[in-house]
Write a protein that binds this ligand. Structure first.
Ligand code: FDA
Length: 474
């Protein structure tokens, strides 16, 4: 057992923990990062599969994600445009397949008008929501009492419009059924991306990818931190007092002034705190739970859909596979499709034997893109739900009423214990950008606390360190 003394110990080498460590190091503080897995990157993870680069976890970056953009610029990492050329495919609830171009789903004029009306209403409210404090909206309590599913139906009787709009946040983002989270939680999701219109625009939200993969960002930061990152060291016990902490890894113990717990909120209770955390944190942490989505990759000899003038982008509001995109990595001659199977559909898929599951999913791909989609040379299902150090995907969100009740305290430190995660972010919530923003913000707070300069620096001052959407637009 190695015993180390550091200013700050960071638990978790995902993008949030690594960014925090990197910023603290730049500010002259000594750090040690203890990571449970045998790799860095957390929910970002890439593998070479039969010559194709597969991003198993987080991968896309959107133009407003200035926190992540500024970090990669600093590291000399570049981005490239996702393949988007060509028409998209939509399959209606009745099973009708339509090839279309433009932004609107081919769902009939009245449903398009109703969807646009719902989106406008979402945007009207989103503009009033501060992503860093959604619980301060004047109607926050009321909006947190009603499920997103039921709230949409108070606004419209067009079932197809409600399903299509619901899909973007339910299956598409929080990866939970729309009846399990509140309208306020949905508004936070859209406020975190600037607007609901941004979220529903796949060309915005899935704009670009990282050269060297998204996990490559964490690998680059870890390289700078060098010997201060300790893999295979899950922290299951944390001693703490106002004077400092002792984090117990498998073969490393770190004594430090402060600790950053940079793991997803659903895993906070994996750590045994001595003394226990206060009541407020004990209760709060039980109301943040992971969604569930299967990210499916199928690699083909060629991107055959492009020859038919298709972009590979496909949607349907019901069915097993509800979204597909061309996910061919930069410069590869093979073609890669990625599909998403969310919440209850994911449950159903995991009930099936492996060969039946593969057949059902590829048939879902073929419904959109034809029988060639059945001949995948690589077929890979991400299964973050089975990963001990994540337990779901993409991220955590509150149950009904939880955001209003517990949200205001989610970012408060408990003595020397600070929490940092994409799942606690406002801008960039549930995204790598949010992880980076939270890492930086937490580093600034800790740095000032250690130096005794300003225990809680003004929020705007922290924000200006890494840019806001306003500075991006300026
Ligand atoms: P993250 O979970 O990444 O890292 C936490 C780290 O803590 C992990 O390395 C874990 O092993 C470690 N850990 C846990 N418990 C520990 C313990 N007790 N001791 C030590 N270490 C411990 N985002 C995006 O911007 N664009 C996208 O396209 C996508 N797509 C996407 C797809 C899929 C399938 C997933 C699962 C996720 C995404 N995301 C995404 C979300 C994005 O990946 C996510 O927001 C960030 O990785 C979160 O970073 P954090 O550092 O907060 O947590």
């Amino acid at each position: 057992m190695r015993i180390l003394d550091r200013d700050v110990v960071i638990i978790g080498a995902g993008p949030s923990g690594l960014t925090a460590a990197y910023e603290l190091r730049k500010a002259g503080k000594s750090v040690a990062v203890l990571e449970a897995r045998d790799r860095v990157g957390g929910r970002t993870w890439s593998e070479d599969m039969d010559g194709a680069t597969i991003e198993i976890g987080g991968q896309w970056i959107s133009p407003d994600q200035t926190g992540l953009y500024s970090l990669i610029e600093e590291l000399g990492i570049e981005t490239y445009e996702r393949y988007k050329a060509g028409a998209s495919v939509y399959i209606s609830e009745a099973g009708q397949r339509t090839v279309y171009t433009g932004e609107d789903f081919p769902v009939g004029e009245s449903t398009v008008a109703e969807m646009n009306r719902l989106i406008a209403e979402m945007d009207r409210l989103t503009a009033q929501v501060d992503p860093d404090a959604p619980w301060e909206h004047p109607r926050a309590e009321e909006l947190d009492m009603i499920s997103f599913h039921h709230w949409l139906r108070t606004l419209s009787t067009d079932e197809a419009a409600c399903n299509n709009v619901g899909l973007f946040i339910a299956g598409g983002m929080l990866t939970k059924p729309a009846h399990t989270f509140s309208a306020l939680q949905a508004l936070l999701m859209s406020a975190s991306a600037g607007s609901f219109a941004n979220l529903v625009d796949e060309d915005f939200i899935l704009d670009r990818r990282i050269v060297g993969t998204m996990q490559g960002v964490s690998i680059a930061v870890a390289k700078v931190l060098g010997q201060d990152v300790f893999l295979n060291n899950p922290v299951l016990k944390l001693d703490w007092s106002e004077q400092g902490v002792r984090a117990h890894g498998t073969d490393v113990t770190v004594n430090a002034k402060k600790v950053i717990i940079a793991v997803p909120p659903n895993l906070y209770s994996r750590i045994s705190y001595n003394p226990p955390l206060p009541r407020r944190q004990h209760v709060t942490h039980q109301h943040q739970s992971m969604g569930l989505v299967i990210k499916v990759h199928a690699v083909y000899e060629t991107p055959f859909w492009r020859e038919d003038g298709l972009s590979g982008t496909c949607f349907r509001p019901t069915g097993i596979v509800q979204e597909i995109y061309d996910n061919t990595y930069l410069g590869e001659s093979t073609g890669t499709l990625v599909g998403f199977i969310s919440d209850t559909q994911a449950d159903a898929m995991f009930e099936l034997p492996e060969d039946e599951r593969k057949a059902a999913i590829l048939e879902g791909f073929a419904d959109f893109l034809g029988p060639q989609a059945l001949d995948a040379k690589v077929f890979y299902l991400s299964d973050f739900g089975s990963e001990e150090w994540t337990r779901g995907a993409y991220a955590t969100s509150y149950d009904l009423g939880g955001l209003f009740r517990f949200g205001p305290d989610q970012n408060k430190n408990v003595g020397p214990i600070y929490f940092s995660s994409s799942d606690l972010a406002g801008e960039g919530y549930q995204h790598v950008d949010g992880a980076v923003r939270m890492g930086r913000r937490t580093a600034v707070r800790i740095n000032s606390a250690i130096d005794g300069t300003d225990a809680e620096p003004a929020y705007d001052g922290v924000r200006s360190l890494f840019g806001t959407r306003d500075s991006l637009e300026a």
